[in-house]
Unconditional design. Structure first.
Length: 423
């Protein structure tokens, strides 16, 4: 396999600034906020600040909301991760409510009441929890503190082992204590409405956003970033963590055997890391594809890496609304994705990308070859995809939706209804 040196964690943390542009003045202007009638104090709650789709979206939005005269605080159950320093540089306050091993403990109960007291004392207008553990801690605490706007989230489709029937019942209570439940795709909305019997009116779809200009203008130095690959190589990017088989890397490696028979100069660039990486490297060796795979590990220069590539592939078995796909389209790459979750909500098959069935290496290989062997078609897809992302997945759209969501007048009746359900 082609190899590359891993960057140390400090370097990775420093480079995360590529996706989180610091506002010129991140101090909230309370007087301006009052004039506009916007919420002045919002707590964003998340498990950690490690780099991931949800965590990166939280950091992006927190920095941008503060630059728009909102007083945003980020709460963590574990105040750790490379995004921690990025938020600090942007003057976003961070507070920790340390979870420990489980929330079903004396410490978990203490953190719940500590958070409720923090919310009451801080006179927060809204609490927005973004993942499983922050939902479980933050929503009951916000309800106890009588916060006007209580927002829970579900941002994934793949069920965790955590979701036993009893725990699913607990989550239904959490959703009902919320004034709104936000999801990042229509596919997740439909799941909650069907499985948890939530009213569609209570669920709000907030699609992820991407910094289109940052990816569209990135300059990639292939000789520097991919030494030894050669100028005629076809670089196929895959950006995804390797902590779960649900990302479909095994299907990609199976497809690569067919692709490399027709295009020997194809090189699959896997950006990301996780416990599955050794297994994937072994699969590559068994397939005799060591010269056609490059495992980069976790990187902080993704826009520059994508700028060097010819194609992006996302072979996942389950996705809600993948940031990696939006970023690749923003970078101007033709894309191939699987027909799962929210991916068809992003890609119009044959118009701004190609969609194939999940777990189908043959179909995946055919789509990759179709793009690599037809430069004109690849250009059409990439241009249409970039225009679509710019039009529908920018941060101005997301921030406007969030500001509307945080307006008290629109949630008073929902708050009363949530209180009635809890009684």
């Amino acid at each position: 396999m082609l190899s590359t040196s891993n960057r140390d964690q400090a370097g990775i943390a420093a480079n995360q600034v590529w996706s989180l542009q610091r506002p010129t003045d991140s101090r909230p202007d309370h007087s301006d906020s009052e004039v506009q009638g916007n919420i002045r104090r919002v707590l964003y709650l998340v498990d950690t600040l490690n780099v991931g789709g949800t965590e990166t979206q939280v950091a992006h939005v927190a920095l941008r909301l503060r630059s728009r005269a909102h007083d945003v605080v980020v709460g963590c159950l574990h105040a750790e991760g490379s995004l921690l320093e990025v938020l600090k540089r942007g003057n976003v306050p961070i507070v920790e409510f340390r979870k420990g091993k489980t929330l079903l403990s004396l410490n978990g109960l203490y953190q719940l009441f500590r958070l409720a007291h923090f919310l009451r004392r801080g006179r927060f207008h809204a609490v927005h929890a973004h993942d499983l553990w922050s939902n479980l801690l933050g929503i009951p605490a916000a309800w106890l503190a009588r916060i006007p706007i209580i927002i829970s989230s579900r941002r994934y489709l793949a069920d965790l082992e955590w979701y036993t029937p009893w725990r699913s019942a607990v989550m239904r209570v959490i959703y009902r204590l919320s004034t709104r439940v936000t999801v990042n795709s229509r596919s997740v909305r439909d799941l909650l409405a069907r499985r948890d019997s939530l009213s569609p009116e209570k669920i709000q779809v907030l699609n992820n956003a991407v910094d289109v200009d940052r990816f569209a203008t990135a300059q990639g130095d292939r000789e520097h970033l991919f030494p030894g690959t050669g100028s005629h190589s076809k670089l196929i990017a895959v950006v995804a963590n390797m902590y779960s088989r649900v990302k479909g890397h095994t299907h990609l490696i199976s497809a690569a055997s067919s692709v490399c028979r027709d295009i020997p100069e194809a090189i699959f660039v896997l950006i990301g890391d996780g416990k599955e990486r050794p297994n994937l490297e072994q699969q590559v060796r068994q397939a005799g594809l060591e010269k056609n795979f490059l495992f980069l590990g976790s990187r902080g220069d993704v826009p520059e890496l994508l700028a060097c590539c010819d194609l992006f592939v996302l072979p996942s078995e389950a996705e809600a609304l993948p940031n990696a796909l939006l970023e690749a389209m923003a970078a101007g790459l033709p894309v191939v994705g699987t027909r799962v979750g929210g991916i068809p909500e992003i890609i119009r098959n044959g118009v701004d990308g190609l969609i194939v069935p999940a777990k189908d290496p043959h179909a995946l290989a055919e789509a990759i070859l179709r793009i690599l062997q037809n430069p004109r078609f690849a250009k059409q897809l990439s241009q249409a995809g970039q225009e679509m992302v710019r039009a529908h997945f920018g941060f101005d759209r997301l921030l406007a939706e969030l500001e509307q969501l945080y307006t008290p007048a629109q949630t008073t009746q929902q708050r009363l209804h949530a209180g009635q359900l809890a009684c």
